[in-house]
Design a protein around this ligand. Structure first.
Ligand SMILES: [Zn+2]
Length: 196
């Protein structure tokens, strides 16, 4: 069997910078663009970082477009590199952040995974990046059974203001006060019937 010569492979100096730059600039991007690639496309170095990046970049552009449309500021300037577009979008969002957090029509929406509330979206990007880079704290498992499905699947992620049931058929959200009241009810039931 012939040996595979190292010269068959591209030099690290040619691909390592591309991998590092992939997260922001889509250095290996196909001609059709870098946003919203199909998950069925061939695997390539840097793809893992593209998944959260595509998600966040798409949401960033949407968040810029919302205030622009609602406040009559004109359309976003298209074109250029992804890194340049992200820089312009972040500047625009920062300039209108007070309005987005206080006056956007969705500011009353609760902070959950489908919320269009700008504050919830920004928080979700932050936690997604922490998770992707392994800088997040582990979720806290709350050991009382869920008040709806009665499974031991209540967790609170770091930074979240609520406790969530991870049973996908349940998904109940509880405030810490609601969880505390639930545990009081369980404790009272146990005192009345400790054999149950
Ligand atoms: Zn549940």
């Amino acid at each position: 069997m012939p040996r595979i010569s190292p010269s068959c492979f591209p030099s690290p100096s040619s691909w390592q910078p591309a991998v590092r730059l992939e997260a922001l600039h889509g250095s290996r991007g196909p001609k059709a663009g870098t946003i919203g690639r199909s998950p069925t496309s061939p695997r390539w170095p840097g793809e893992a970082s593209r998944l959260p990046t595509d998600h966040i970049v798409g949401d960033l552009l949407d968040l810029e477009d919302g205030p622009r449309a609602l406040r009559g500021l004109g359309a976003r300037r298209p074109g250029g590199s992804e890194g340049g577009a992200v820089t312009r979008t972040v500047r625009s969002i920062a300039a209108h952040l007070d309005w987005a957090l206080a006056e956007h029509p969705t500011t009353a929406e609760p902070h959950d995974r489908i919320s269009a509330n700008p504050a919830a979206q920004i928080h979700a990007w932050y936690t997604a990046v922490l998770r992707f880079t392994g800088r997040d704290s582990r979720p806290t498992h709350h050991h009382a059974p869920c008040p709806r499905c009665e499974i031991l699947t209540l967790f609170r992620d770091y930074g979240d203001a609520y406790i969530e049931c991870r049973n996908i058929e349940c998904g109940i959200l509880l405030t810490p006060d609601e969880y505390a009241a639930h545990t009081q009810v369980l404790a009272a039931e146990y005192r009345q019937n400790p054999a149950a």
